[in-house]
Unconditional design. Structure first.
Length: 563
């Protein structure tokens, strides 16, 4: 999803004592350039007007780090807030609110961070170690019910799992969480076990600090408007027209402001592809993703970029609370009744890759360079004939001749053609299956999926940090984003075993390979394809990064050339 040739961190961060781990490059496909100059002035001059015009397909659902889960909200938060670390333009983990590399204990379980002396909130309050303690404790509190609270145990933070477990004596005792303020500018984090991806995870919004004074001042209204929150990131939000768009401006007090070139980023909410393309053509947008019809239209344009494979997966969730989908054979039939190759080659045409796996290709590698996918390049892949036999067997087992299922998707996405394709494939290949398509706004989609009030849903998931655990931990029994009813004790044990193997990275990856195999052979989800992105980008826009964890697209260090 990149037009520039930007080095990306595409492997697990095995060396825990380093902030600046050097990993493999990911080169995107056509028409990519290399811009390693910091100021963009070696051959070109920066434009006087450093304004980037962008869009999103839906509105920000929340600017509260305690509750943000969707890509739009997380992307916005990454620009206006800062955690202990940040992923820079070259895909490296760098100190952000931390002033330097942390001091790490010999057993790799205790991290001591120094908070920048010049780190301040936009209201002038200093960013302190206590701001992190307050935010982290609040995230795992039962009163907050933070959707991403589960990521704290995933990070290996001491007592996080017990604090979140209603059956444990330590339930909701947030003061027992493994984080403390040694002094105003010193934060100490204690882990249950070595966690190889810990520093990467510290750049994720759930681990950002909060200014307690401001949170308490606004209460339930906190972060509902730009004037009801404060910022400590590269930009500040100055305007939020709900449902219409939002505006960011450069934060003059950000510690790294010398490397931030954009003065303003203006977002518009534009759901319609043709509208986006027209705005791009007239110069009112500097970037837009494309769907199939427009990829063909712009196939000869130097501003078209395709084939940048990212670690994000498109897949179906199958709700096992639905009687038909509780049947193993029916799930297996659905899993193998969709022609993924035709989906990506004939419909998408953007370089996406057909997937019978969930952890992406070219994302994480073993110490010998082998890709995580090497052991199981495909999982549970069978013929259409096999799928039909499973379908017939499943129908007999539930004593039905036909089944009607609803297929849910979010109206903020551009997935109408995809769900239509899936409907046609399933109805054609599995006689007696009727699919009804239901589209919902993103908030309602999340609510229905989160409460398992759906049959099948079309979803996208990208890792939140550089590790397969971000893809696999969500499917443990009662996982926050499981949302399928899937529960397998062997799978749960393998995930826990992997968490204990932080000091043995290769052995750990093999355990996760086996866990993924169990997951997909049980088929509570149906992987469809690994995403690639086709997009148009103005030639004067430089240094937008795309292939990264979390929200993926990052324009923090972008700049505009004279044009």
């Amino acid at each position: 999803m990149r037009k520039l040739k930007i080095p990306l961190l595409l492997a697990i961060i095995f060396v825990m004592s380093l902030f600046l781990s050097a990993c493999g490059n990911s080169e995107t496909s056509n028409k990519q350039e290399s811009h390693s100059d910091n100021q963009g002035t070696d051959q070109h001059k920066l434009a006087k007007n450093q304004v980037l015009n962008f869009y999103d397909e839906g509105d920000i659902s929340t600017m509260n780090t305690l509750h943000a889960t969707d890509g739009i909200s997380l992307r916005a938060l990454e620009e206006v807030q800062s955690g202990l670390t940040r992923i820079d333009k070259d895909g490296k983990i760098i100190p952000d609110m931390a002033s330097e590399e942390p001091k790490i204990s010999n057993d790799k379980k205790v991290y001591t961070f120094k908070i920048r002396k010049d780190a301040n909130w936009s209201n002038g309050d200093p960013v302190t170690a206590q701001d992190f303690v307050y935010a982290w404790r609040k995230e795992v509190s039962k009163d907050t019910a933070g959707e991403y609270a589960y990521i704290f145990p995933a990070a290996g933070i001491k007592n996080a799992a017990k604090i979140l477990d209603p059956k444990d004596p330590m339930y909701n005792k947030v003061d027992k969480l493994g984080v403390r303020a040694v002094d105003k500018k010193t934060l100490q984090v204690t882990l249950e076990r070595p966690t190889p991806y810990f520093l990467s995870l510290m750049s994720f919004p759930s681990f950002y600090p909060l200014d307690k004074k401001i949170v308490q001042k606004f209460g339930n209204k906190y972060a509902t408007e730009p004037n009801k929150m404060v910022f400590n990131g590269p930009f500040i939000m100055t305007k939020w027209d709900h449902g219409e768009g939002w505006t960011f401006k450069k934060n003059p007090d950000y510690w790294d402001k010398k490397d931030i070139h954009l003065d303003k980023v203006s977002y518009k909410v534009i759901k319609d592809m043709s509208t986006r393309v027209n705005l791009y053509k007239t110069g009112k947008l500097d970037f837009t993703r494309l769907t199939t019809d427009y990829i063909t239209q712009f196939k000869n344009s130097k501003e078209l970029h395709t084939g940048a494979l990212i670690p994000s997966m498109a897949f179906l969730r199958l709700n096992e609370k639905v009687p038909a989908l509780k049947n193993d054979n029916i799930r297996d039939a659905i899993y193998n009744a969709i022609d993924r190759k035709s989906l990506v080659n004939d419909l998408l045409k953007d370089g996406s890759y057909p997937a019978y796996y969930f952890v992406g290709k070219d994302f994480v590698k073993f110490s010998n360079g082998d890709d995580f996918r090497s052991a199981y390049p495909t999982i549970n892949k069978h013929s259409l004939k096999w799928a039909k036999s499973k379908w017939e067997k499943g129908l007999k087992e539930i004593n039905r001749k036909s089944v009607t299922l609803n297929l849910l998707y979010s109206s903020s996405s551009s997935d109408q053609e995809i769900v239509t394709y899936i409907k046609n494939q399933l109805e054609k290949n599995l006689p007696g299956l009727n699919i009804k398509i239901s589209t919902q706004p993103v908030k309602q989609f999340d609510k229905l999926e989160g409460t398992q009030q759906y049959d099948i849903s079309l979803a996208n998931w990208g890792p939140d940090y550089y590790d397969p655990m971000s893809d696999l931990d969500m499917w443990v029994t009662d996982g926050e984003f499981n949302r399928t009813g899937f529960s397998n004790s062997q799978y749960d044990k393998l995930i826990e075993k992997a968490k204990e193997l932080g000091a043995k990275p290769d052995e750990r990856l093999k355990v996760m390979q086996n866990a993924e195999k169990i997951l997909l052979e049980k088929a509570p989800i149906v992987p469809l394809y690994q995403n690639s992105i086709a997009y148009l980008e103005k030639p004067y826009v430089k240094q937008i990064a795309i292939n990264r964890p979390g929200p993926k697209l990052d324009w923090t260090y972008a700049y505009i050339l004279e044009h």
